[in-house]
Design a binder for this molecule. Structure first.
Ligand code: PMP
Length: 407
């Protein structure tokens, strides 16, 4: 992996913010796109912009091929067995809502348990809360350890014969915890339950094999993995998706429409009513090419190096509190610096050109668990460097001095 070549692929990184070189440490919110992704989408608009699955003309056929090839690319990327198991959605949030609305509606009844955790992003908690309310079902939480990890024995302990689904994140966007999804899926299945996984923070950063983990549903977003906004993926086992009702109706997803009754087409288009996100799917496909070219394992290795480097340096700053596990963490660090509000911190860092996120990170229940109202977060990707981390640490130290200096 040649970091200098990689950085030249990302034109956005080559700019100044507030008179300083941009140091982008907010990939967990949205990653940047290489020229290869931007060019692929531009080419579509310049050369073959057309609707898919409809016309027989040349541009329409070319667009349809590119859209369906993107689906094949995603299939290979997460090792799904069949391309029918890849449904394009607007993002992780839409994918999880689709499962909760459609699968949940059919399979969860009054008195059943839906198992989640306190480390979930709002996208993987609110749809289940609403399902629980509609069905009079119970939301059950797997308890977290003090360091923000989950013990498998605690997963086992919350399972009952009324557990219908376990909805859990693969990687926490706040703690950086990497959950052992394969083992959790095994526990869920042994108890007759299904498992739906929020993979928004995992797929961009490590190789994911949905068959090896034996998950029933798996959701992720394009914009966190070098791709564009507005596209995501729901993977679902074909035998489950086949039995599920669509939640949106209209063009493309139908087989036959009569005045009062209609039937649905086959998977996966049954769940893709209307004109889909064509340029975005093409961009996502180019993003997968880029990740494959560098290598998912190499990206993970490099990020682990960066996060360890940053963690050790941050730990030396007095008054620094970092959340989540010390070891085996994903490439992000959520933290608070004593005496500085996270929003002030993020504003001061921005003055130095450093972009970090501050707030509750769409994880208010987790903020309660951590007993804080908000935190700051620095997140890393394949385009960040140790030099950038050094600059970030200097900026943190200057900020601390500024806010805590006694005159
Ligand atoms: N889950 C996790 C763990 C996330 O980090 C995010 C994005 N912050 C989401 C879900 C939601 O993704 P999107 O906004 O792309 O739907």
């Amino acid at each position: 992996m040649d970091i200098n070549t990689i950085r030249t692929d990302f034109p956005i990184l080559n700019q100044e913010v507030n008179g300083n070189p941009l140091i982008y440490l907010d990939t967990s919110a949205t990653s940047q796109s290489p020229s290869q992704v931007i060019d692929a989408m531009n080419d579509y608009y310049k050369d073959y912009n057309s609707n898919v699955h409809r016309g027989v003309h040349t541009l329409g056929t070319k667009a349809t091929d590119a859209y369906e090839q993107a689906r094949m690319k995603v299939r290979g990327f997460i090792n799904a067995q069949r391309y029918e198991e890849i449904v394009f959605t607007r993002g992780t949030t839409s994918a999880i809502n689709l499962v909760a609305r459609s699968f949940g509606e059919e399979n969860v009844s009054e008195g059943d348990d839906i198992v989640v955790t306190e480390m979930e992003h709002h996208a993987n908690i609110v749809p289940w809360q609403e399902l629980a309310k509609r069905k009079n079902a119970n939301l059950v939480f797997i308890p977290l350890e003090a360091d923000g990890t989950i013990k498998l024995e605690n997963v086992e302990a919350v399972m009952t014969d009324r557990t219908k689904i376990v909805a859990i994140t693969h990687v926490s966007n706040v703690l950086g915890t990497i959950n052992d999804i394969g083992s959790i899926a095994e526990i869920a299945h042994r108890h007759g339950a299904y498992i739906a996984v929020d993979g928004a923070q995992a797929v961009p950063h490590m190789s994911v094999d949905v068959q090896a983990m034996d998950v029933d549903f798996y959701a992720f977003s394009g914009h966190k993995m070098l791709g564009p906004t507005g596209i995501g993926v729901l993977y679902g086992k074909a035998e489950l998706l086949d039995k599920m009702e669509p939640i949106e109706y209209g063009g493309d997803m139908i087989d036959f429409v009569d005045l009062r009754e209609s039937t649905w087409t086959d998977l996966p288009v049954k769940f893709e009513a209307g004109t889909p996100m064509i340029a975005e799917a093409i961009g996502l496909s180019a993003a997968i090419d880029y990740i494959n070219q560098v290598g998912a394992d190499e990206i993970l290795r490099y990020e682990q190096e960066l996060v360890k480097y940053a963690y050790d340096k941050m730990a030396q700053i007095e008054g620094m509190e970092m959340y989540g596990p010390k070891e085996e963490r994903a490439g992000l660090i959520t933290f608070n610096l004593e005496g500085v509000h996270p929003h002030d911190l993020a504003t001061a860092l921005d003055t130095d050109g450093v972009a970090v996120r501050a707030g509750h990170h769409c994880a208010q229940p987790l903020m309660k668990f951590l007993e804080v109202s908000s935190t700051a977060r620095a997140s890393f990707y394949l385009y960040n460097t140790k030099d950038e981390i050094d600059y970030f640490i200097d900026s943190l130290e200057r900020t601390k001095e500024f806010f805590t200096h006694e005159f």
